[in-house]
Design a protein. Sequence first.
Length: 440
Amino acid sequence: MKRVRQVGTTVMVTATASILAACGGSGGTDGGDASSTGEVTVWAHQGQESEVQALEEIIEDFNTSQQEYTATLQFVPEADYTSTLTTTDPGELPDVLEYDGPMMASLVHAGKLAPVGDLVAPETLKNQTASVLAQNTFPGDSKVYGISQFDASLGIYGNRELLDAAGVDYPEGLDDAWTAEEFEAALKSLQASDPDGQVLDIKENYGAEWPTYGFLPVLWSAGERLVEDGQADGHLNSASAVAAVERFAAWRPFVDPNTDDAAFVDERVALSWVGHWVYNTYAEALGDKLVVLPLPDFGQGPKSGQGSWAWGVNPESENAEGAAAFLDHLASDDAVTTMTMANAAPPATTSAVGASELYGPEGPLALFADSLERTCGDGALSPGCVAVPRPVTPAYPVISQQFSEAFFGAYEGGDAQELLDKAARTIDLDYQDNDGYGLR
């Protein structure tokens, strides 16, 4: 059963996935009604409460700002959201659907997203940051299929007081990031003055997409993209990739399992490998002791993840103009600021980044904005670029599962070469079974 909140009539309903799809759809016979009444049906994931409230406010602003269209919003619990999209026929999807960034290519391949370049206003696309454009562009036709309000980034949060007490020098920015060797030396120095020797949090308590999002930068920083031209063999399991995974696995004795998700805020550890979304909690707990650092450099410069939730249009929508108007509103400065103030995420528009108190040049999270500005896109993983989109391919669900299992299998003591070999074979077989997804 899926719990859905519908905004507009402000009622709460429960339904199976098929009932939810049927009542929210804009295609088929229902599509004509949506078009004739000016209704724009919208699905979104039901994430943290602050995001829910922000989106409700944005919907209300859209509906009161003009009289031509009325957006009606349904929330689907985050844990069920992606599976609901992937199992629902395009004709039963809403006019506008939110999607998790790396799922874009799969949804395009399944006929569930339309190109937005000719739908939204030119200034909307022009104002999107380079990093979200890289996430939302399908390599098969080089068209943009989504609009983003916010992005995501990774780094290491440090406890300045504990680092100084251990005599650890730490980076000031991306250009002087720790090498992997220097990072390991810092861990050893911190361990020497720590009662249990566990000085690093890597969010072992997280699940879902975290293992892929959190640790693909290890491979990217070693110079490997994981998949090149539809092939994982020779990339995911290359000598440099294996060496990087083995080095990371060797840090396990320094890691606090963090089962209570409080290792950093309780100051049990001095370092936390995680993303922008914990900033508000960490800043409240540590105040001036909090410092934001880049991930370590495994040979090709520090790398970071990028990409988060985005918005697209159903190809079978019969109210594409209304859907585009809603996307233009979502990408406006007011709407982007409302959302990013609620979730502390990097804004996905150049105008909002520059005005952000968190991500502007003097903001406490300027390092994350700098990382995203230096996106690698789909180009070479040179030392000069930092943020890398997760593989933009319909094979992403298989890639994510296989990488996560192999990476944590090695972290937990398995043979990295054998695990990565097996993952590469499985990914390549998926490409073969799907005729390369038309991308070769």
